[in-house]
Design a protein around this ligand. Sequence first.
Ligand SMILES: NC(=O)c1ccc[n+]([C@@H]2O[C@H](COP(=O)([O-])OP(=O)(O)OC[C@H]3O[C@@H](n4cnc5c(N)ncnc54)[C@H](OP(=O)(O)O)[C@@H]3O)[C@@H](O)[C@H]2O)c1
Length: 330
Amino acid sequence: MHAVIQHRFGTADVLNVEETSVPEPARNQVLIRVEAASLNALDWHFVSGTPYMIRVMAGLRRPKRRTPGADVAGTVVAVGEDVDRLTPGDVVFGEVKGGACAPYVAADTKGLVPVPPPVSIEAAAATPVAALTAVQALRTHAKLQPGERVLINGASGGVGTMAVQIAKALGAHVTGVCSTGNVDLVRSIGADRVIDYTADDFADGGPRFDVMLDNVGNRSTEDCLSVLMPDGRYVQTSGPKENRWFGPMLSIVGRALRFRRASQSFHQFTADPNQEDMAYLAELLESGALVPQIQRTVDLTGVAEAVAEISGSHTRAKIVVKPTVADVTS
Ligand SMILES: NC(=O)c1ccc[n+]([C@@H]2O[C@H](COP(=O)([O-])OP(=O)(O)OC[C@H]3O[C@@H](n4cnc5c(N)ncnc54)[C@H](OP(=O)(O)O)[C@@H]3O)[C@@H](O)[C@H]2O)c1
């Protein structure tokens, strides 16, 4: 098969389409014929091997995961000996440990659930990592309640566009923050109010929020505290990435320490691909409450350019990957 492969860490041009063998599923894995995949910020971290602390997982000198793509939707074509929950022919979607920018991927079953019939395979592929992050931020950590007010900083990216819709589905009043070109997008997916950060400042003394979901981490802790109610909850998915060794970790630790002296609570987490949240997302997709926003679809030859775009931290919604190559039949 032809897959996107990297042999070393570096900029997105280390990614090439190469011939490789179809993976063998382990005892607890299934082999999925990939119908669609999608890309996330984490793909860029695994391609670049930055921040360097990620190399504990990604490989110290050379990448252990040679093919990007942690979001997949496709058909189960083979199952390992220990798998009894899925059978060949099941059409599933979920988060895998990389490898989905290929016609076949071997995956643990933990994060896989059936694609609801009315949902397109592209929409299913666009969902897992970004929507799991959004739902775990809002429901698990912030415990967002109907009628509460939530501020979403970074509302137009993969996580943000999922979070706006999930917060609306949870019955919240949503304020989204993004740049000028994305205001219409964020409004169109249900935000009650949109703040264009190039023109207005969300920390200018306006209304306070019960929850702040921060997908950017670019503002001072004092600014974040100033927009939260006294019992507000701050959930951080990201932070400044300039530190090449630790990425946002040092600023997250500093912020967590400051919150210990405040009445508001601080939450930071890494999204976990679990069955319960995937089933909830499948329900939202089926009901139409969650409609993944797909910026464009690329084939395998377009993955390097898409990963380069993602490295800039201004990706609009989601980029989907079809595991085809224009002039190669696989
Ligand atoms: N903790 C976890 O488990 C987890 C899981 C997934 C992702 N993440 C992290 O969460 C972050 C968001 O992920 P993503 O997939 O949504 O990334 P993304 O698609 O690249 O989106 C980033 C968003 O940030 C916005 N942004 C950039 N600068 C901004 C600013 N100054 N003010 C307000 N918004 C700004 C961009 O909006 P504009 O283009 O409109 O400026 C863009 O929509 C990433 O850093 C990622 O690493 C964490």
